[in-house]
Design a protein around this ligand. Structure first.
Ligand SMILES: Cc1ncc(COP(=O)(O)O)c(C=O)c1O
Length: 394
């Protein structure tokens, strides 16, 4: 008799190793509950600005329903090139140094796949976006988190990175402003990291998806520092700055041969990003800046309110200088971040993401997305204050 088919045994070992996203798991539960205020999933509550949606509709009306060049529409790459030069001070040739991808998610995936050999070490700072570690594992690389701690506001230092470097280190992934901590970096701090990267001959992947949502100080891209553009893959997208998460569109810029290597993976796996989204992205880059500024101003008001509310209820919260996440400390309650989040959801119907979902160094914190309407933030923080007061009373 033949053994029954066991589908489990066919799953590749390294895929078995990666966990389901802590965020998604949690929000599958949230979806089933009525009247929950969600400060959970990291996406703007704004709908994509109308003129950008209209550009997508107009593309459809004109019958733009085909594949595009694997690199993306040249008009979009030219717009990206002009935008990146103006905003970040980095020059990329639209013909050879820019690849349009299905979000920063795809751009990150193909960047890693293009450069990582099995066993290569890829460093990244933690707490961090939930995709980094699994994306590295999927390339058969070794994920090496550089833990940042709350004592110094989760600052990333060149010294901390240096301690994690070994002869197998190949790539350093950076994300500023940071999801989930809202951390940003000054030019001087980035210069130290740039020098380290050169000293150890590392390749940089910099995910700057939240750069337009910088509230204090200027956003400096590490790729703009002397000697960095030639060893950096710069990732950016439209999801956060233009509230375009559902369009699934982003891009990578970098040295010609690295973009060419990424393009080879992209052309066989994805072929190209949706032409409709590409048309919308052109409109976003050409005319979307006032919308981004208006949304950022709203996020800043909300940030100020939520941070004040957390500190007032006894949850110490640093001021996030960028992104749309607050990261209050919940250690004083004696609960783990998961226990806190689960009980808060059950008892007060407020959904936040346990800090542990962003790596062990996020434990003791809660990620609260303030891309949520002001009245919802007010109601959520009132409920949370009630919950915390109850915990303190024992
Ligand atoms: C740091 C970071 N990078 C990338 C992404 C994914 O971006 P995209 O929607 O462009 O795939 C996110 C989404 O939350 C993020 O926080």
């Amino acid at each position: 008799m033949t053994a029954p088919f066991a589908s489990q045994q066919f799953i590749a070992r390294h895929v078995r190793e990666i966990p389901r996203s802590g965020i998604r798991e949690f929000f599958d539960i949230v979806q089933t509950m009525p009247d929950v205020i969600s400060l959970g999933v990291g996406e703007p509550d704004f709908v994509t600005p109308w003129h950008i949606r209209e550009a997508a509709i107009y593309a459809l009306e004109r019958g733009k329903t085909t594949y595009t060049s694997n690199l993306g529409l040249l008009k979009l790459r030219e717009a990206v090139s002009a935008y990146v030069a103006r905003k970040f001070g980095i020059r990329y040739d639209p013909k050879t140094q820019i690849l349009v991808a299905v979000g920063v998610s795809e751009a990150l995936d193909i960047a890693l796949r293009a450069v990582v050999n099995p066993g290569d070490e890829v460093l990244y700072h933690e707490p961090c976006y939930v995709s980094y570690s699994p994306s590295i594992t999927l390339t058969h690389g070794v994920a090496v988190p550089v833990s940042c701690t709350a004592d110094n506001g989760f600052a990333l230092t060149a010294d901390a990175i240096a301690k994690a470097i070994t002869p197998r280190s190949k790539v350093l992934v950076l994300n500023f402003p940071t999801n989930p901590t809202g951390g940003t970096m000054t030019r001087a701090e980035l210069e130290k990291i740039a020098a380290l990267v050169v000293r150890h001959n590392l390749l940089l992947i910099t995910d700057e998806i939240y750069s337009e949502l910088t509230f204090e100080g200027e956003h400096v891209s590490i790729a703009s520092l002397p000697g960095m553009a030639e060893r950096t893959i710069f990732l950016h997208g439209f999801s956060k700055a233009y509230a375009m998460t559902g369009f699934r569109i982003g891009y990578a810029c970098g040295p010609v041969d690295l973009i060419e290597a990424m393009m080879r993976i992209h052309q066989y796996s994805m072929l190209c990003a949706s032409i409709i989204s590409q048309e919308a992205a052109i409109e976003a880059l050409l005319s979307g800046e006032p919308d981004t500024i208006a949304m950022r101003e709203q996020y800043q008001l909300r940030r100020n309110l939520i941070v004040k509310a957390f500190n007032a209820m006894g949850l110490t919260c640093h001021l996030p200088r960028g992104s749309f996440y607050a990261f209050p400390c919940i250690r004083s309650t004696g609960l783990t971040s998961k226990e806190f989040a689960v009980r808060l959801l059950k008892e007060e119907k407020v959904a936040c993401v346990p800090g542990g979902a962003f790596g062990p160094s996020g434990e003791g914190f809660l990620r609260c997305c303030f891309a949520t309407a002001l009245d919802q933030i007010e109601a959520a923080t009132e409920r949370m204050a009630r919950f915390v007061a109850r915990l303190q009373r024992g």
